[in-house]
Design a protein around this ligand. Structure first.
Ligand code: SOE
Length: 387
């Protein structure tokens, strides 16, 4: 297979995971890293074994050895970096959320489509084998029409007032914090697995911790406060907890909660779909099991085992039953689809279902915008924009 050069912009918490996933593909060369300045970029490049580094992203975009740009910067940089990458004719992989607003996301989708580059958003949970098993079962009518789609995405790394992230600053993270960060995953997963668009939402947003101690230095996601940190007390205006009622396009109802102040919940994403004949539930923290609920016979738990899965998606499980696959494997699966697509020069219209594009990124941003508007306008039912 033709070798492809990858360039990473932003090497904070998530960037190194992009890098590790593409290294596992076997036909991708990690060419360069760009970060906020030369020294930071050099340190990151050395630590991650990357040959070239740049103190600004435009220099990386000018490098002819870079064919695909991964945008793993904080949210406020998503739009400018991705727009510049598209203008430079590079294929682009953006971390989620695609942009700060659905208007920005729409600009990105239109620009990437017009330039004819491959565009992807890392909704990485789609790459989990049993997520695809669930999607396939629903698409084939095996649980009947979805009637109730519900779940949660809870974490606890922002539980204490000494916990901090740039995501809590609207100029860096956007108007929403928890919804943009992890709610975007839930909205994508629910729509992807059910095959149904979210049409309306009614939301209630809360800032459980209205004043936090902002550390003088940078803090990565999940990084604990240190006794040496100097603090400044800052007012927090964005939500760290959120409850949403949902309506789907076929009339199905739903509900989900998103929070990052929920003690004991580490990366607790689950999605349940109750259909006319059976139910399915997938839980990220026990991701090698799919619960299948029945009315007239015993419930079952399907283990991730390629020999037991639907043959259409069994190939996403790379190890036999009993050999657990995990978070980085799903990330790798999504990026494999993207890079195979690039290598084979196929159009975006021929991408596999679990390849999340800028259109999917726009869709999640549109739901987030509606969630914010619903809350702002007094917790009222609000329509989600359509393309
Ligand atoms: C922090 O909440 C975070 O790293 C998210 O940004 C990721 O998208 C999620 O997959 C894990 O948690």
């Amino acid at each position: 297979m033709k070798r492809i050069g990858m360039g990473l912009v932003g090497a904070g918490f998530i960037g190194p995971h992009h890098l590790e996933a593409v290294r596992r593909l076997g036909f991708v060369d990690v060419v360069a890293i760009a970060d906020f300045n030369d020294e930071l970029a050099r340190q990151k490049a050395e630590a991650l074994g990357v040959p070239k580094w740049y103190g600004n992203y435009q220099a990386l975009l000018d490098d002819p050895d870079v064919h695909v740009v991964h945008n793993a910067t904080p949210n406020y940089m998503h739009h400018p970096v991705s727009m510049a990458a598209i203008a430079a004719g590079k294929h682009i992989v953006s971390d989620k959320p695609l942009a700060m607003t659905s208007a920005q996301a729409r600009e990105l989708l239109d620009a990437a489509t017009a330039r004819g580059v491959v565009h992807a958003v890392t909704f990485n949970y789609r790459g989990n084998p049993l997520v695809q098993q669930a999607r396939t079962m629903i698409a084939k009518g095996e649980i009947g029409p979805p009637r109730f789609i519900h779940g949660q995405y809870l974490q606890d790394w922002l539980l204490f007032d000494t916990d901090y992230s740039w995501r809590l600053e609207p100029d860096k993270g956007g108007e929403s914090s928890a919804m943009g960060d992890i709610g975007s995953h839930w909205c994508d997963l629910a729509q992807h697995v059910s095959g149904l668009r979210i049409t309306h939402v009614l939301s209630d947003l809360t800032t459980v911790i209205p004043v936090r101690k902002k550390p003088s230095g940078a803090r990565l996601a999940f990084q604990k406060a240190s006794a040496e940190d100097a603090y400044e007390s800052v007012e927090i205006k964005v939500e760290d907890l959120c409850s949403v009622l949902v309506r789907f396009e076929n009339g199905a109802k739903g509900t989900f909660s998103v929070g990052q102040v929920c003690a004991g919940h580490k990366n607790d994403l689950w999605l349940e779909v109750n259909g006319g004949e059976a139910s399915l539930r997938w839980h990220q923290e026990t991701q090698n099991e799919l619960w299948i609920g029945h009315r007239a016979k015993g419930n079952m738990i399907l283990q991730k085992d390629p020999s037991l899965m639907d043959p259409d998606v069994a190939g996403l499980a790379k190890l036999p039953g009993g050999h657990q696959e995990a978070w980085p494997d799903a990330f790798r699966n999504v990026l494999r689809a993207v890079y195979e697509h690039i290598a084979e020069g196929r159009p975006m219209s021929e991408r596999p279902p679990y390849f999340s594009s800028f259109e999917d990124g726009w869709r999640a941003n549109a739901v987030i915008d509606a969630v914010l508007a619903s809350h702002r306008n007094g917790n009222v039912w609000t329509a989600v924009a359509t393309l």
